[in-house]
Design a binder for this molecule. Structure first.
Ligand code: 13P
Length: 255
C-alpha cells in the first residue's frame, strides 16, 4: 500500500470545553508532530476554532460534522460551508448515517452539500454504509452503489482528490461490533472498483476510511488490509490515549 493513512476522529455531540483542553494536554507529546499519518478531528461547531488552535500546530486537521447545502440566507440553525472555509477549516463530514437516519438527509441533499463544500475548497469526508437489514438481504453493494452514484453525482474530476470516502456499516457504529476484515475489505474493494470504473477516480490515490467500532486493538488488523486507507473513529477518538495509539498505528502503516 502506498497511500498515506488518514485517521479522523468524529467527536459527534460530545466534549465540553474543559474536556478539549484535557484532551490536548494529554495528547501533548513531541512525537505527535512527527507522526506520518494524517490525523483529523471533527468537534461540535462551537468548538471548531478552539480545536483548530490546538490541532494545527501538531499537523492534525480540523473539520465540521455537517454543513448546509446553501452558502447563506434564511436557513435558521444551519451552518454554511462558506463559514467553515472562512474559519480556515480543513474538512467537513457529509452524509454520516446519523444525519441520514436521525435527520432524514436524502442522497439528493447530501449531493447538494457535497458539491457546494467541494466548490468552496473544503475536503469532504463522504460517508456511506448499509444497515444490518440491508446486509442480511444481500443488498450491501446495491446500497453502496446508490449512495455513491446519487451522492457524488456531478462532482468534477478536478475535485476527486478532495474526497475521502468513509465506509461505515450502520450496524458497526457505536455497537462494539466491528466488521470482520473480510467484510470490510470486500466493501472497500467494491467502492474503489466502482469509483474508478464508473466515476473516473484514480484508484491508487483514492482514500477510503473504515468506520464502526474502531479501537486500538482492532485497528492494525483493519488498516493493514489492501483497500483500507484509514479510519473514521467515534468513541475511541474521545480518549486521548486511544486516539494517539490509533495515530501511531496509522503512522506505522504509512510508507
Ligand atoms: P464508533 O467508532 O463509536 O463506532 O463511531 C463510528 C462513527 O460513526 C464515526 O463517524
Amino acid at each position: 500500500m502506498s497511500r498515506k493513512i488518514h485517521i479522523y476522529g468524529n467527536w459527534k455531540m460530545n466534549q465540553l470545553t474543559d474536556d478539549i483542553y484535557n484532551f490536548f494536554d494529554e495528547m501533548a507529546d513531541d512525537s505527535l508532530a512527527e507522526l506520518k499519518c494524517q490525523g483529523g478531528i471533527a468537534p461540535q461547531f462551537p468548538h471548531l476554532s478552539l480545536v483548530k488552535e490546538k490541532a494545527m500546530p501538531v499537523g492534525i486537521k480540523t473539520g465540521a460534522q455537517n454543513c448546509s447545502h446553501k452558502t447563506s440566507g434564511a436557513f435558521t440553525g444551519d451552518t454554511s460551508p462558506e463559514v467553515l472555509k472562512d474559519l480556515d477549516l480543513d474538512f467537513v463530514i457529509i452524509g454520516h448515517s446519523e444525519r441520514r437516519t436521525v435527520f432524514g438527509e436524502s442522497n439528493q441533499l447530501i449531493n447538494e452539500k457535497t458539491l457546494l463544500a467541494l466548490e468552496l475548497g473544503l475536503e469532504v469526508v463522504f460517508c456511506i454504509g448499509e444497515t444490518l437489514a440491508e446486509r442480511e438481504a444481500d443488498k450491501t453493494f446495491d446500497v453502496l452503489r446508490t449512495q455513491l452514484d446519487e451522492g457524488l453525482k456531478g462532482v468534477p474530476a478536478s475535485k476527486h482528490g478532495d474526497i475521502i470516502i468513509a465506509y461505515e456499516p450502520v450496524w458497526a457504529i457505536g455497537t462494539g461490533v466491528v466488521a470482520t476484515p473480510e467484510q470490510a475489505q470486500d466493501a472497500h474493494a467494491f467502492i474503489r472498483e466502482h469509483l474508478s470504473n464508473n466515476h473516473g477516480f484514480n484508484r491508487k490515490e483514492l482514500i477510503i476510511q473504515y468506520g464502526g467500532s474502531v479501537k486500538p486493538d482492532n485497528a492494525m488488523g483493519l488498516l493493514s488490509l489492501p483497500d483500507i486507507d484509514g479510519a473514521l473513529v467515534g468513541g475511541a477518538s474521545l480518549k486521548p490515549g486511544d486516539f494517539y495509539e490509533l495515530l501511531r498505528i496509522g503512522s506505522e502503516l504509512t510508507p
